[in-house]
Design a protein around this ligand. Structure first.
Ligand code: ZN
Length: 309
């Protein structure tokens, strides 16, 4: 039996998974992301964690196929990152450095792309080869899998669907500096933003409180039939559904997998997303499937491991 490691580097913790190459997860654990030190020790910490696990399990070096690693940045050529402010990395050849530290082959990719691959392999998109993953969290992340492989693009920037233009009349800026990005309406923060503007002009009875508001509050209220919450969900669904229809026309996927904090609202999301998707989709893409992500925070280690299998 051969083994490989899947690593997911986040701003506060690094998640690691040890897999058999048949796909079985044998062990998973976390280490802190030590980024406050003068010296950059993140990769060194990962190398040591892997070495320690190897000794603990008594595995021989030749039985390890490689290490896959997801990082919160655009990744070029499966290895190189230009700037990761969150980790203090700049012009770093992550793959090469970790290969030198461990002696194993390493493949690096953007974390959202890696999560998409994980969901295709063992999660909400299992059984499909052409998949778009949409992560609705603080922002809107995306990952594109075509013919079973990650599409990373020239600069590692492919799949950034949160920064597609959704409203050309927007006057407020997105975190990326542009105006009118999908993320400004379809992320958890975006939903709250829509909700606030609705509530400020609203005169109907509602369960929602403008001073204490989250995306979860909105969908909880939708589930009990709150009229104002439903209007907010419709607007969210219109932005996201139209954007997915555009993506469908370009990439013709088999399935959209929706993950991230907002996806905890459950299947009710599809009532609003699919309605607008169907309204604007190109005819070849009308039978696309929608599903919820199922791996949660483990999607990253699964996808990372899959890259080196
Ligand atoms: Zn943007």
């Amino acid at each position: 039996m051969k083994y490989c490691f899947g690593v997911d580097v986040g701003g506060t913790t690094v998640k690691l998974g040890l897999f058999q190459t048949d796909g079985m997860l044998l062990d998973k654990w976390e280490i802190p992301t030590r980024k406050e030190l003068e010296e950059d020790v993140i990769l060194l910490d990962i190398a040591q964690a892997i070495e320690k696990k190897m000794q603990e399990k008594g595995f021989a070096k030749e039985n390890i196929k490689g290490i896959g690693i997801g990082v919160p940045a655009a990744v070029r050529d499966g290895s190189f990152v230009k700037k990761v402010a969150n980790l203090g990395w700049e012009n770093k050849n992550v793959g090469k450095e970790l290969e030198e530290l461990t002696g194993y082959p390493v493949r690096v990719e953007n974390d959202a792309n890696v999560a998409a691959l994980g969901e295709m392999w063992k999660g909400g998109g299992a059984g499909y080869n052409n998949l778009i993953m949409v992560t609705l969290g603080t922002g809107v992340g995306g990952g594109i899998i075509l013919n079973g492989s990650i599409l990373s693009g020239t600069n590692g920037g492919a799949g950034e669907i949160g920064h597609m233009l959704a409203n050309r009349n927007e006057t407020e800026s997105c975190g990326c500096g542009k105006k009118g990005c999908l993320e400004q309406y379809a992320s958890a923060t975006g939903i709250v933003r829509i909700a606030k503007s609705k509530l400020n002009e609203n005169e109907k009875q509602t369960l929602l409180d403008v001073n204490k508001l989250s995306a979860k509050d909105v969908f909880d209220a939708v589930k009990v039939g709150d009229e104002v919450a439903i209007e907010i969900a419709e607007e969210f669904g219109r932005y996201l559904g139209y954007a997915l229809a555009d993506i469908g026309a370009v990439l013709d996927p088999e399935i959209f997998v929706i993950g991230g904090g907002v996806s905890k609202a459950g299947d009710i999301l599809f009532t609003y997303i699919q309605k607008y998707y169907d309204e604007r989709t190109f005819f070849t893409c009308k039978d696309v499937k929608f599903s919820l992500a199922t791996l949660g925070n483990d999607a990253g280690i699964y996808g990372a491991a899959k890259m080196v299998m």
